[in-house]
Design a protein around this ligand. Structure first.
Ligand code: CS2
Length: 491
């Protein structure tokens, strides 16, 4: 097997596609904060395509890792060893696949090792866009849309000379740019949040104003925060996956990736310092991303959660495994058609029925095998984003709320950390403080609904919903999740 680096690009197996441009002739115009698998399979894939277009060589990416842990250090070491190159294998639901080497990330900086260096890198006049994937919970914006200035992580960062959060690094870089007359860059969020540009603006501007009021004002006036809708299912990669992917491609890549063949990126066209011609490589630009976000978050992401939470409790491991269970499929079909769709205003030309069908088709992709535990992780941050409007719509219209009560009951039971056959799994709920989690574990089975997760749902006005959640949790404990789902009588 051939190792991967600039030097070996021409020796790779012929079926592996390689960058169609000279990487040496590119320079970074984008800095991306938090370089996870999703970024590498989505935005960096689009940028890889655009770098091959005439006149687009100034839009390569400098990756900025934010975390300070072993995984991050390993990532930085592999990035250096492979010159930022990695393979992405895309799988179609019918089994076909393509492997390509992506070359858009030409530089990598581990911010935790050199914060001043990272800030200087962002202040480089060549950087016109700072994009980010810091997760749904990473914006510290509460149910009322306010930035949580007194959250301990933010309060501590505000006091540091050299900050370490995304907000702090960006604020300090913008200070250097203002002071030297370089001007602003665009802050481009690529996280799954409704109105993610507005959320990003609130978070970054609130942080900056708290640090330095005048600088905060300057940022609010000069920096743009376009909204985006991002979509591509990108599972996490186990060591068994690394072996499987490398055997398939013939490339000894230490950090290969895989994803479905579907990909979509819809972006609000509001870039204060210019942007690459991404429309030439399939990115859709629009003045109103809202309807696209609504469809994606409330249908695809919400269905993912509605499948992963019960699926995990029912001892399934992956999305296609869970999709083999007809009662779960019925749950999703009805959730999409009867709960989510009636309250969505889709963009012109988008059929919600067609979209729902496509979502289920994507979930059936056997090669993608996305882990239910990955999708369930951080549900405390995800459920408010994916379900709030649907729950409000269904309850407000006095419609059948069984499926939603079931999903919520599964979330609360999932927090106990074991499946219906008593196998334990490791919870990853960074957005859930211990006190909130304790509510889900109380013997009063309604207490969990008082968690901040549900703060925006107005559940107090709907005692019948609470009563059903309690009854479903009781049934899950007495008879199991599978049995409780069957007894919902959905078909
Ligand atoms: C998933 C997403 O973890 C989740 O919440 O629903 O990661 C999903 O795979 C992506 O948003 C797809 O674009």
């Amino acid at each position: 097997m051939t190792p991967l680096s600039n030097a070996t690009l021409k020796q790779l197996p012929p079926q592996v596609l390689t960058p169609a441009y000279d990487r040496q002739k590119t320079t970074p115009g984008i800095a991306h904060l938090a370089v996870g698998n999703f970024h590498r399979a989505h935005q960096a894939m689009y940028v890889d395509r655009v770098l091959a277009r005439p006149g687009q060589q100034d839009w390569a990416i400098v990756g900025i890792g934010l975390r300070d842990n072993e995984r991050e250090t390993r990532r930085a070491a592999i990035m250096a060893e492979q010159n930022g190159l990695y393979t992405l294998t895309e799988f179609a639901t019918d089994g076909g696949h393509t492997t390509r080497v992506l070359g858009a990330i030409t530089e990598y900086v581990q911010a935790a090792k050199d914060r001043a260096g990272a800030i200087r890198r962002l202040a480089d006049p060549a950087i016109k866009i700072v994009s980010l994937t810091i997760t749904e919970g990473g914006y510290y914006v509460d149910a009322d849309g306010r930035f949580m200035l007194d959250d301990p992580a933010i309060a501590a960062d505000l006091k540091r000379d050299l900050p370490e959060t995304a907000f702090g690094l960006v604020t300090e870089a913008l200070r250097l740019r203002r002071d030297s007359g370089v001007g602003p860059f665009t802050v481009l969020t690529c996280d799954n949040l409704q109105d993610n540009g507005v959320v990003a603006r609130t978070a970054f501007c609130s942080y900056a104003k708290a640090r330095d009021a005048a600088l905060g004002e300057w940022i609010a006036e000069n920096v743009t925060f376009p909204s985006t809708m991002v979509d591509r299912i990108t599972p996490s990669v186990s060591s068994a996956d690394v072996t499987r992917l490398d055997e398939l491609s013939g490339v000894a890549d230490k950090m290969p990736l895989f994803a479905e063949d579907f990909t979509q990126w819809v972006v609000e066209d509001n870039f204060c310092a210019g942007r690459p011609e991404l429309e030439s490589v399939g990115v859709e630009f629009t003045n109103d991303v809202g309807p696209y976000e609504q469809v994606k978050l409330r249908m695809l992401n919400a269905s993912h959660s509605m499948l992963a939470l019960p699926g995990l409790l029912m001892d399934y491991q992956t999305v296609p495994d869970a999709m083999g269970d007809t009662s779960l499929v019925t749950l999703l079909e009805q959730f999409l058609a009867q709960d989510a769709s009636p309250f969505i205003t889709p963009p012109k030309g988008v059929s919600l029925e067609g979209y729902a069908h496509q979502v289920l088709h994507r979930f059936r992709n056997p090669a993608v095998g996305d882990q239910l535990l990955r999708i369930a992780s951080d549900s405390a941050s995800k459920l408010p984003v994916f379900l709030t409007d649907t729950v409000k719509g269904v309850l407000g219209a006095n419609k059948d709320h069984r499926r939603l009560a079931f999903g919520v009951a599964c979330f609360l039971e999932y927090l106990r950390g074991e499946t219906e056959s008593h196998k334990s799994y490791t919870l990853s709920e960074p957005g859930l403080p211990d006190a909130a989690k304790a509510l889900a574990l109380e013997s009063d089975l309604a207490a969990g609904l008082r968690m901040p997760v549900f703060a925006g749902w107005g559940l107090d006005a709907y005692p019948a919903f609470t009563k059903d959640v309690v009854a479903l949790r009781t049934s899950m404990r007495e008879h199991g999740v599978r049995h409780t789902l069957k007894n919902l009588g959905l078909s």
